[in-house]
Design a binder for this molecule. Structure first.
Ligand code: SF4
Length: 393
């Protein structure tokens, strides 16, 4: 059993040199006993590496997992284990093509070129897999979730999220990266039913499977601003590792200058049994937090911004999910787009019944559904940024 309260951090120097990356990975994984200990060395162990291939965007933009890091890891796995079978698989986000992502993100070139042909690697487009229902024992939103049938044959998942700020949550890290394993229709459903609880349901479901999940955080090139795709790359040169994903997310969010308690799915994961026991204080090994942390830009609009644009924001009893989302997406809109909601009242949260507005109204998110105003209701919890655009423009 690997220590759940341990999070390893390692600064790297450059993000392409395979030998340097391998050495950094060895140091990073040493506190867990190294690769041989993490992936108990039985012959033919089947390992699924789950990068973040949200969209066909080159990793140097900070949106997708560094393929050189994956290649360095794959070589180490072959070096240290006894003929492992390795799958590298993800499902790109809704409407995006995973095969194209494998190509554009450099995975085809780096994992299928002749120099690694002796290795038993397969790139898997998760979207094209057979899906079967898996039970969620303590699910809040889902009692079962459809996941790839191939998970039944897998011994280990190596979860490899990129460190990024995010338009719905302040950050997307390890717990959320596993959303790439679900079907496209469920990705949409997750937003409609409530992303926070849905992400925790998914992780509870995976935690019950006889598959070990180990997370390696890729902060070689991270992203700030309008993540998870349109933000600004940050040459962060940091790797992290954790056996417990909530523990890893807690420490890595701090590395981005974001308080873990601001990330709703992370606090929910803690309260629903996915974090280490409270008595097991988190232990950070390798680098000191103060030496590697940076305040990543997370778009936050001041109330004066809304006043200036004559947008009346009424936030009554909502969580910060919709407010963060609104700040983030409006920050990325053009003046012309913003002008289209000028003069509107936007309701957030369920407690605005007594509000009387003469302006055209927008009810943002499921918890505004029963408000006694005749506004444009935009479903979702929080709504997907594209759905908001579709409703408004
Ligand atoms: S404000 Fe309501 S709809 Fe928006 S994220 Fe929070 S709970 Fe969901």
């Amino acid at each position: 059993m690997l220590p759940e309260n341990l999070v390893s951090l390692k600064k790297i120097n450059g993000y392409i040199d395979l030998e340097k990356l391998q050495n950094s990975l060895k140091t990073l994984l040493e506190p867990f006993g190294g690769i041989e200990n993490i992936f108990s060395d039985f012959a033919n162990e089947k390992i699924l590496i789950k990068p973040n291939l949200v969209a066909p965007v080159n990793f140097e933009q900070g949106a997708t997992t560094n393929p050189y890091l994956v290649r360095a890891l794959v070589e180490l796995l072959y070096d240290k284990l006894n003929n492992p079978q390795i799958l590298v698989g993800d499902g790109a986000s809704v409407g995006q093509d995973t095969e194209e992502a494998f190509e554009v993100c450099g995975f085809k070139e780096l994992l299928q070129e002749s120099s690694v042909s002796y290795m038993n690697i397969k790139l898997v487009d998760i979207k094209e897999e057979e899906f079967i229902p898996y039970q969620v024992k303590k699910g809040r939103v889902f009692q079962e979730i459809y996941l790839p049938a191939l998970l039944q044959e897998i011994d280990h998942i190596i979860n490899m999220p990129v460190l990024k700020t995010h338009d719905v949550f302040p950050a997307t890290l390890g717990l959320k990266n596993l959303k790439g394993l679900i079907r496209e229709q469920e990705k949409k459903l997750f937003h409609q039913t409530g992303l926070t609880d849905a992400i925790v349901d998914l992780n509870l479901c995976l935690a019950d499977l006889p598959v070990q999940i180990f997370t390696i955080y890729d902060g070689s090139i991270a992203m700030e601003g309008y993540g998870p795709v349109d933000g600004t790359p940050v040459n962060f040169e940091l790797l992290g590792a954790a056996a417990n994903i909530a523990a890893g997310d807690t420490v890595l969010s701090r590395c981005l200058g974001i308080k873990p308690e601001e990330i709703h799915y992370l606090t929910a994961a803690g309260s629903r049994g996915l974090a280490p026991e409270r008595s097991a204080k988190l232990k950070i090994i390798g680098e000191q937090l103060k030496d590697v942390s940076k305040n990543f830009l997370v778009p936050k609009l001041k109330d004066e911004f809304y006043q200036q644009h004559e947008i009346n924001l009424i936030d009554r009893g909502g969580c910060s999910g919709c407010r963060h989302l609104l700040d983030n997406i409006i920050s990325s809109w053009s003046e012309e787009e913003i002008s289209q909601i000028s003069g509107h009242t936007i309701f957030l949260g369920p407690d605005g019944q007594e509000i009387d507005s003469n302006n055209p109204c927008i009810q943002l998110g499921v918890c505004t559904k029963n408000l006694n105003v005749s506004g444009l209701y935009i479903p979702g919890c929080p709504p997907h940024p594209q759905i908001i655009k579709d409703y408004l423009f």
